[in-house]
Design a protein around this ligand. Structure first.
Ligand code: ADE
Length: 239
């Protein structure tokens, strides 16, 4: 899979893209992340990317021209890339969006900065969609881009070391992950559930599925609302 990030701060990504499983996925060529400096697509001596807003008001607005020049140049190289503007007003990112992107295989992320971006970037059809990390405002799209890239990287075959762990992840099957326990067996009067120590794997699977369903009902009932539960799951929830 390939990501291209259009940003004013390519160096922001240096250490996160080297560390941990994300770094390994890149080293092993399962994932490539290309950073593009937006200022490289300006035409003036000062490499200007922003200007004061028409109509007045605080802050600066990112200019449409360098962005469109960058995107058109990238599209020439990769005509099929899916171009995403990162913005708090966009479609909310989720595990489902991550899966879509992994299937598409080639994503360009535009990181906004300053107070906003000239609306003509969207109006002119230069982006395929607008996506948000959540209902809060960041200083720019870089933190959002990193979170989204990491979420996608977990879904790439071979990227996780332990492939079994991904299908159990929270949200993978639309519900939360089951609770986990490890040594010691007893901590400050709290026992690990005996079923996990009994060695009966069918029973353990059943218990984990039940706990995942119950936890989801307790913590995120909204996730269950849109779901068609199997008769077996319904029975687990009721028992
Ligand atoms: N840029 C600023 N805030 C953002 C958010 N919530 N999601 C994506 N990009 C952003």
């Amino acid at each position: 899979m390939r990501f291209t990030i259009v940003t004013l701060f390519p160096e922001f990504f240096d250490s996160p893209l080297e560390a941990g499983l994300l770094g390994k996925a890149i080293m092993r060529d399962l994932l490539s992340v290309v950073r593009v400096q937006l200022r490289d697509f300006t035409c003036d001596r000062h490499r200007t990317v922003d200007d004061t807003p028409f109509g007045g008001g605080p802050g600066m607005v990112m200019m449409v021209e360098p962005l469109v020049t960058a995107l058109e140049s990238l599209r020439e190289e990769r005509p099929d890339t899916h171009t995403v503007l990162l913005t708090p007003r966009g479609r909310r990112f989720s595990q489902a969006v991550a899966l879509e992107w992994v299937e598409s295989g080639d994503i360009t992320l535009i990181c906004g900065r300053y107070e906003g971006i000239d609306e003509r970037l969207v109006q002119g059809g230069f982006v395929d969609e607008e996506v948000s990390l959540g209902d809060f405002v960041l200083n720019g799209g870089e933190v959002a881009a990193l979170a989204m890239i990491e979420a996608c990287s977990r879904l790439l075959p071979g990227a996780m070391g332990n492939e079994e762990s991904v299908p159990n992840d929270s949200f993978y099957q639309g519900i939360l992950d089951h609770p986990h326990y490890t040594r010691p067996r007893e901590f400050r009067g709290m026992e690990a559930p005996p079923v996990l120590l009994g060695g009966n794997h069918a029973e353990i699977d059943r218990w984990r599925r039940q706990q995942a369903l119950k936890l989801t009902r307790q913590l995120r009932p909204d996730l269950l609302e849109g779901m068609e539960l199997s008769p077996a799951d319904r029975k687990l929830l009721e028992s």
